[in-house]
Ligand binder design. Sequence first.
Ligand SMILES: [Zn+2]
Length: 738
Amino acid sequence: MDRLTVFRKRIEATSVIAKKSTRHRRNGNLTEIQTRYLEEIQVLARKGGLPESEWKSITKYDRQVCYELDCLESALEIMAATNFTVDPCESSTWAGIRNDSNGFLFALAILEDRSGLHENDFLWNEAKNHYYQCKHKARADDQDVKDIMSYTEQYGNWPILTNRDPGEVFNWLEMVADLNRFERPGFSPYLLKVVVPEFMKELGPIEFNIGRAVVHVSTNDLQKMLTLVQQKIGRNKPVRIDQIPAMVTFMASVSGSTVVQEKATLMSIAEFQNKTDTYMSDQNITMNVNWLNFFTRVFRGSESIKVSPELKINVSFSPIMNVISSVNTFQQSNDKKDTWAIANILHFQLVSLLLQESTVLLDDMNSFRCVELSGDRSEICLARVKDVFGYALGATYVKTYYDDRKTTPAIKILMNDIKESYIDVIDKTKWMKNTTREFLKDKIRSIKTVIGYPKWIKKPKQLQEFFHGLELSPLKNSSYPKNYIAVNTWRVAKRRSWSHKYSNITAWKGFPLYDVEWNHYSATVQAQYHKAINEARIEAGVLQAPIFGINRPGINAICFVRFMNFGGLGMVIAHEVGHSFDIIGRMFNKDGESDKEYWDEESLTKYFEWVKEIAEQYGTEPYGVSETSAETVDPWKTINEDIADILAVYISYHSYQTYLKNLEAKGEKEKILPGLQRFSPQKLFYMKYANMWCDNKDVQSKFRDLLSDHSSGNTRATLPLKYSKQFARAFECKLLTS
Ligand SMILES: [Zn+2]
């Protein structure tokens, strides 16, 4: 934990006092909590290299300085992130570390809350327990194995452990259907696979194809795993390793027959059944294959997918028939090891999936290592919890951290300021012809802004309706495998239903994103602009420190230390609006149509000259990806983000300047922060901006940045300022010309 976090935690512990006692007393006596803040600010200022003459007086009362909580918090943030010894005109990394507040931490804060505040929130206890059980998967391994094995009894005997026939209840196609109700990274159901195209990624009909042909496990690991299972369930029977060769032969047979490549054909389930029946009778296959039953089973709980003989599916027919043939051949064999092979493999796939999820028993085995989720367990589990409980946790988040009455109007004002600045700047852009200018102004004015979260998540009934069918225990000592199965099958069914419902969208118009996205978690630190609907969305998650502050005293509707908000959130909003000017965004009109060219030729030529200039600037930025090499990014890959960044800093600063002028006209001034008296509000705006983006990343993360369509944080922090006249003026630098 960094120093700032430790300090905040300590302060939080006494937050009741903090809230009551931050207003300074008239006689200049500072309260205990204010003094604690100032001491911390002082330590950080010293560390950041602020001259002694300046840090020494931080703890002494100064009539000019603002000591309200928001000012102290703002000063703390700036001090923690700034290296005062670098020359902003020279150095390319003139602000230090980036702040640590993000959606990950906030989601975690909600789940780890012990105040009892959320006890009655919908699904909060369940989400919390799911996170806990996922994170501590080693917690009850012995019991988990027993629970898993009792769950799989519904599929009959597992021959390799019992040396008994799988029995009447075993139906290979039903078990394959059930495996298709599981989703986990690295997992693909054996033999046959159903895919519902994911909304926002691809659209189209349901696909049916062959699944995984080979289950990769070494004989050694297979024996180890099976022996462990026998032990844990207390069954004193040998693992029938003599059944392994038949399993291997079966897999070879399936994988050999699935090499057939075929373009999928769209057909109804009835047509598919007919074709299958014909194929089977031609091949003398007497097995019972009922596709209607199969798909009904796969899509149980996916309300919007109406399984009927008429349902159209994109089928890879021949490969699927080859699988049927292989299964048939083995089931017809006179050797029971052959007839048991398929049950052995299907059981293995299901049991190993559940063991990997809920125990650590397989973690050391090589066969499972490469398919096991790697990375920080907290992050894996948190991502899962967000994906499953998104709306419910989002409701708790906005209830706790989001103030509808204050924040929403404040963001509307800020958005309006930004729009006005864009319009002002467009008006002053000499190279633009009138027709294009009017077109753009109209488009900016028409941008719709969605703020915070989808409103319906605050309605308990609708929330309950969304989560209908999800049944799991909130108790710590409940069975994790059982809870996992409940969560996973609910999520898969519900999500498929969700995706399918919107699989026919050909035009975005009239579909507010909030309504069509899956389980969107509103605490995500994110803002977006959607060209095709001319809509900007500012998530509740982005409306928090260090990007934005609202729940603090001040003279305005919006948080009063405005440079913090203009340098932070203002820039973010201006960036999103800026996407309407990027090389793709500019092609759309205010209604999201892009059927013709809306710009005049002359303005377009000038626009591309400007874009080219930006690309040249970014194209020369070296990325230090290792100690010995520096690469430059392909500027045309990041160009849309770069355009949005360049515009964002310019416009947000323009808005802030306008704000300062208005303040001055009213005889007011921006507040002065402890230790930062020397810095003009203009300078502080840029310092705040840079703080948001500067980062100290490791080589791997830097390389990942290099591959992304955003420029790296450090480039975002510095490049838009390097060529900025406004910045040069604020810091009295000589202007670089490209
Ligand atoms: Zn962007």
